[in-house]
Ligand binder design. Structure first.
Ligand code: ADP
Ligand code: GLC
Length: 500
């Protein structure tokens, strides 16, 4: 199946979160499964700096009045897959993150930036770029690509089929209705049956309405987003597409995320040899200015500092962690108000609490390798990769029972599974008291050496590699491309499967 994988982030070219990791690892896994896979990304400055340009560029012509747009031919750095960078200097060659200026505010023209990106994808898909390569399927990701199915819906058949993966329904790409005429779309699309959403233009709604198939990144989240509590207002629209929506669990690229190759670590280690993990803990404590103590349970939090991740509650939990003899290390960036409170928290308990505001992959690896526990108390979590990476590094996850967290971590108290499958601590009440209760249980686990070792080892050996989930995407591609009539089974891999 010829597939164009369209994403606004691909690791290491551009990353703000898990989308980048998925957009690097999933296409690579699929390329190994008989898919003719090519990728499309905006030509942000760091992407231009890191991609291997091939010089095989393509003129796309004028789009939305931004001058001639080009596709720069390239290869992905790690997987060596064909990649095009959509080059529109006025929109993408800027300092800042893919979505925000250096001061943290969204780019005011994000609607134009990602409308142009979508038109570029559609032109390429309709073979109007003179490429002699026409994808059977466009695999789209999140609101930044949501207009593509709407653009294609206005085209005559035959046209390529579309699959939209929703990584987080809380990010919808909503803009004032007044911008609609600038987006280069058929006028009839601006209606409640189209992409209008309470007087706004919703890029994500566009994708949900018009994509041929929808996926999201865990089975539980696929159910959750159909409810008013978790659908962020789109549950009604999603409900009309429920038959086309399936949850497929994200995977992990263990060639990047594993303590056995020791990348960025003080020592290598693995499930059968945890000595290196002790060295990593001591080294991390020194690096962060924490008291060097083997007996102090070290909790790490490596995540966006946002309400989704319950980062706002950390300052209220810290006293209790320290009173119990624990240590807390935080690495993250995000909401400025939460950043300020977390930073202040770091100053209050020197030696017991360390806070690093910023984004730093090597440091993220060292924190997971040195941590005894990884805190992921999200209020909602579509899948979550942090807890999967942490498990491989032996940092036992403490997670809330939501979305992908509940699909990937088995609670030590879960009596419905046999005790020898537990991989972490899962809590139900997603608030401060629920979190503190879970931390209490984690500290009790820390006291019982043998059980802790078992839980840790199990987490380190559970296989969340991409192969199983990639097969399910491939089946969807084949279904869409008409080369197969076998519907992918509705059941996603369960914990028991993963542990087997
Ligand atoms: P989300 O995509 O919602 O942010 P995920 O858990 O799926 O959450 O993915 C987060 C990714 O970003 C992981 O790869 C995690 O290690 C990484 N990450 C988050 N914050 C930081 C940070 N401050 N420094 C380094 N890596 C980070
Ligand atoms: C989103 C979600 C996260 C998920 C990631 C990759 O950022 O918040 O849960 O793991 O996308 O799919």
């Amino acid at each position: 199946v010829r597939t164009l994988f369209v994403s606004s982030e691909i690791y290491p070219l551009a990353k703000t979160g898990g989308l980048a990791d998925v957009s690097a690892a999933l296409p690579a896994a699929l390329a190994g499964q008989c898919t003719d896979m090519r990728l499309l990304l905006p030509s942000y400055v760091p992407a231009l700096d890191q991609a291997r340009l091939t010089g095989r560029d393509v003129d796309l012509g004028e789009i939305l009045g931004f001058g001639p747009v080009r596709l720069l031919g390239a290869r992905t750095p790690d997987s060596d897959l064909p990649l095009w960078l959509v080059d529109c200097p006025a929109l993408f060659r800027r300092d800042g993150t893919p979505y925000q200026q250096a001061n943290g505010a969204d780019w005011p023209d994000n609607h134009l930036r990602f409308a142009l990106f979508a038109h570029a994808a559609a032109r390429l898909a309709l073979d109007r770029a003179g490429q002699d390569w026409r994808p059977d399927v466009l695999h789209l990701n999140d609101w930044q690509t949501g207009l593509v199915p709407a653009i294609l819906a206005a085209q005559a058949r035959p046209r390529p089929r579309t699959l939209l993966t929703i990584h987080n329904v809380a990010f919808q790409g909503d803009f004032p209705g007044g911008v609609f005429p600038r987006l280069g779309l058929a006028p009839w699309l601006y209606s409640p049956d189209g992409i209008e959403f309470y007087g706004q233009v919703s890029f994500l709604k566009a994708g949900i309405r018009f994509a041929d198939k929808l996926t999201t990144v865990s089975p539980t989240y696929a159910r959750e987003i159909l409810t008013p509590k978790r659908g962020c207002g789109l549950d009604g629209v999603l409900g009309t597409r429920a038959r086309d929506l399936v949850g497929i669990l994200n995977g992990v690229d263990y060639s990047v995320w594993s303590p056995t190759h020791g990348l960025n670590l003080a020592a290598r280690f693995g499930p059968q040899d945890l000595v290196g993990k002790e060295a990593c803990k001591a080294s991390l404590q020194r690096e962060l200015g924490l008291e060097t103590s083997e007996r102090a349970p070290l909790l790490v939090f490596v995540n966006r500092l946002t309400e989704q991740k319950m980062a706002d509650v950390l300052p209220d939990a810290v006293a209790s962690i320290c009173r119990r003899g624990g240590q807390l290390a935080v690495l993250g960036r995000g909401d400025p108000g939460i950043e300020a409170r977390v930073r202040a928290m770091g100053r209050e308990q020197p030696g017991r609490v360390a806070v690093r505001i910023g984004y730093d992959e090597p440091s993220a690896r060292r924190m997971k390798a040195g941590g005894d526990f990884s805190l992921v108390p999200s209020r909602f979590e579509p899948c979550g990769l942090t807890q999967l990476y942490a498990m491989r590094y032996g940092a036992v996850p403490i997670v809330s029972r939501v979305g992908g967290l509940s699909d990937t971590v088995v609670d030590t108290d879960d009596t419905t599974v046999s005790t020898d499958t537990a991989t972490g601590v899962v809590f139900d009440a997603v608030d401060l008291s629920g979190l503190l209760g879970a931390i209490d249980r984690a500290f009790a686990l820390f006291e019982s050496d043998e059980t802790l070792r078992q839980v840790r080892r199990r987490g380190m050996t559970v296989d969340f590699g991409w192969s199983r989930s990639a097969v399910r995407y491939r089946e969807l591609y084949e279904l869409l491309a008409g080369t197969s009539d076998r519907a992918p089974e509705g059941r996603a891999p369960s914990i028991a499967d993963a542990a087997a």
